[in-house]
Design a protein around this ligand. Structure first.
Ligand SMILES: Cc1ncc(COP(=O)(O)O)c(C=O)c1O
Length: 459
């Protein structure tokens, strides 16, 4: 039984309860959004990969009002960031209170009570037995960078392995680990030396049917019989970085046994297992950390995105003896774990607990997954896979063009979903989503797919 969330109880005045959601009243983009778009395009970096012309102006829960006051149902959660929904009253209150008391003091050089509190709260969630230490950052990429440095430092080894399809961020170390699209590397080399990539589970696509299959031995065959045999001694590998569920790479869910085998391989060669939970963590899968689904303990765990409901906060936590391997000054950050993001982070953890958001993610996720699987049966020619757990669900289409067309058709109907991988749409609503909203989203998604299917029959 899911409690009504406080977010449902105290909606802001601008969100008229009599108004349906979504409610699209202008052509998209509307007149105000078009004006902003024009100005934006003249001044911002063209490297930003904008998916469609959404201009959020204000938002609450899973509802976004754009610059023209159209209402959208948000199944993106700001790319898996707004875990407690947009502007959760408890999170907003914590931010406002903290902002009135102390905006900044560098926790790298001084002691900051709220910084230690945030580290304690995160450590209490760590899926590791034994003591854990935490370092706070401003972003996911910074958490990856810190973990890379720690892994090299603590092991005295220089090489690291990550996976094809994996996304770990855009800074140099992180982008060197990233191998989800070659365009992320194009023109930026040389990248960080000592980074190797291996095939992830479930990465194989049948070129004819578009179906995704899994060879349970592929990763391990490659590592043991190719990489470790011809190129790289496993005793010179500091860490393996893995997303327990790949995010940007296509919401790809490996079997639990694959992660168990990865842990065993790491143990055999004393390699650190680093779980990048920047996208999959903080309750998205119905567990606090996705790796818990496999019953595997990482040595280092990375978080960001959902951890502070929208404020810039990231973290890497490690078994205490690993973090104790580096000495004072080895790593720091002026802003990492600044008071206001920490206040948002603490409120986020509190809301996840008090509003049973893990249970809600499981319950609404199962409902959505069931509905999406029915859609797969209805649109078998267009959809090739529906997979996921909790509110981290991927719907894979036969072609990238098909996925993009559905994404746009959904946008036009007021439902926000976002592409990932080659041809997958991710369903990652805020964890506070209600059953009504899940039903509405499912209906709109079916409508969008139906329209695209009908159009492709006509053309
Ligand atoms: C798994 C994963 N790791 C790291 C990152 C990088 O995080 P950020 O964009 O906060 O630097 C992302 C961002 O999408 C991610 O999904």
């Amino acid at each position: 039984m899911i409690m009504r969330t406080s977010a449902e109880l105290i909606a802001p005045a601008w969100l008229d309860p009599a108004r349906p959601v979504p409610d699209i009243r202008t052509a998209l983009p509307g007149p105000r959004a078009s004006e902003i778009l024009k100005r934006d395009q003249a001044v911002t970096s063209p490297s930003l990969p904008r998916a469609y012309p959404l201009m959020p102006r204000r938002a609450f829960g899973a509802v976004i009002a754009d610059a023209d006051d159209n209402l959208f149902l948000d199944f993106n959660a700001g790319i898996a960031v707004n875990s407690t929904g947009h502007c959760h009253p408890r999170v907003v209150e914590a931010i406002q209170q903290q902002a009135a008391h102390l905006l900044h003091y560098s926790a790298s050089d001084f002691y900051l009570p709220i910084y230690s509190q945030m580290c304690e709260a995160l450590a209490a969630t760590a899926p590791m037995t034994g003591p854990v230490r935490v370092f706070l950052t401003n972003s996911g990429a910074e958490a990856v960078e810190g973990a890379l440095k720690l892994a090299r430092h603590a092991t005295g080894r220089q090489n690291v392995i990550s996976f094809y399809g994996g996304f770990h961020g855009r800074t140099y170390g992180a982008v060197s680990l990233t191998a989800s699209k070659s365009k992320y590397h194009k023109g930026f080399g040389p990248l960080l030396p000592g980074v190797y990539h291996a095939p992830y589970a479930c990465n194989r696509l049948d070129p004819v049917t578009g179906a995704r299959s899994h060879d349970p031995d592929e990763t391990f065959d490659y590592l043991e019989n190719v990489l470790f045999r011809y190129e790289l001694e496993p005793t010179e590998v500091a860490a393996i970085f893995v997303e327990p569920i790949q995010g940007e790479g296509g919401y790809i869910t490996p079997p639990a046994q694959w992660l168990v085998r990865l842990r065993e391989l790491c143990d055999a060669y004393e390699i650190l297992l680093v779980a990048d939970e920047v996208q999959s963590g903080v309750g998205r899968t119905g567990k606090m950390w996705a790796i818990e689904l496999a019953g595997v303990q990482p040595d280092i765990l990375l978080s960001a995105k959902g951890i502070a409901s929208g404020l810039p906060l990231g973290a890497f936590m490690a078994r205490a003896e690993l973090m104790q391997a580096w000495s004072m000054g080895a790593h720091g950050s002026t802003y990492g774990g600044s008071p206001v993001p920490c206040a948002a982070g603490l409120a986020t953890l509190e809301v996840i607990e008090s509003e049973n958001l893990l249970a809600n993610a499981t319950e609404q996720g199962e409902y959505l997954l069931g509905g999406l699987r029915e859609l797969w049966r209805d649109f078998d020619g267009l959809i090739t896979d529906v997979r996921g757990v909790g509110l981290m669900i991927g719907v894979e289409f036969r072609t990238a063009a098909g996925a993009e067309a559905v994404q746009h058709a959904a946008f036009e109907r007021g439902l926000l979903v976002l592409e990932c991988g080659e041809s997958t749409l991710r369903i990652s609503p805020p964890l506070v989503i209600s059953r009504d909203q899940a039903e509405t989203g499912l209906r709109l998604f079916a409508d969008a797919i139906g329209a695209v299917a009908a159009a492709s029959l006509v053309h």
